[in-house]
Design a protein around this ligand. Sequence first.
Ligand code: SF4
Length: 307
Amino acid sequence: MQSTATQPPLKNGTRAQLKTLYRLMGECRLCPRECAINRLHGAQGVCRSGVRPRLASITRHFGEEPPISGTRGSGTVFFSNCNMRCVFCQNFPISQMRVGRDMTAAQLAAGMLRLQKEGAHNVNFVTPTHYAAQAAHAVYLARRKGCSLPVVWNTSGYERPETLRLLEGFVDIYLCDYRYATPALAKRYSRAEDYPALIEPVIEEMLRQVGHFSGGRGVIIRHLVMPGHLEETRIILGRIRQRFGPETTVSFMTQYFPAHKASRFSPINRRLTAEEARAALDMLAASGLENGWAQEDDNLASGGEME
Ligand code: SF4
């Protein structure tokens, strides 16, 4: 980490926060897995990640939600590895087969500056949870060199609020999945039985930091509808409305397809039927949630307010 002695004070995330994030890797409890291994000395936990950030790609991407992709694309940083490791992961070569290469936080910061030069609207950290320290470190370094892009934290939601608190000031947009409401499903598909108990405090911490999505800043909750599990969707939409309010911005996705090991897990070994997709969209319409987008097939089909 570079010295701040001669630098003007940072208005955003601080060096002290970074030090604490790195320290947490010494007995890693960055995420709810709480592996308690020393990543600073080469040990690896469930996410199989070391101290260097490992990246599959840094490039502009146009398939995110409309205010994230904009017209010039979102500057996506695809981190390798994952702390959740879902059986249906569509990015499994990157998330579970270690595709990518190790780099330094300074190299990542240089990539962020390149994205800014190319006109990206933001820097979009995809699956960053297990690299929270390294990602925040890169933001710190890039900002010192003139990077002014908003930072998107694009996460499964399998986070610890304690870790997220240390990201305050580094992140402008939280793009957070709400995957499961039922512990048995979270266990079956992600070995993360505690996900349903943790996800709402996690979103609350995100809202505390950046508020509801407005004017290019805030929280967007993503929900992917799973085949055969529409009841899960109904519960999740109800909980979002009840706990976070009808103004919550929701990105609703019905384009699930069975990837990775999903072929072994009925009923998620198929796409949604047309009836399921229609029923899910009806649930969304009846949910009372006012803001967001419904994403169908491969492209975002509609944007703006959900009315
Ligand atoms: S970030 Fe990785 S090593 Fe750390 S607690 Fe989570 S899964 Fe374990």
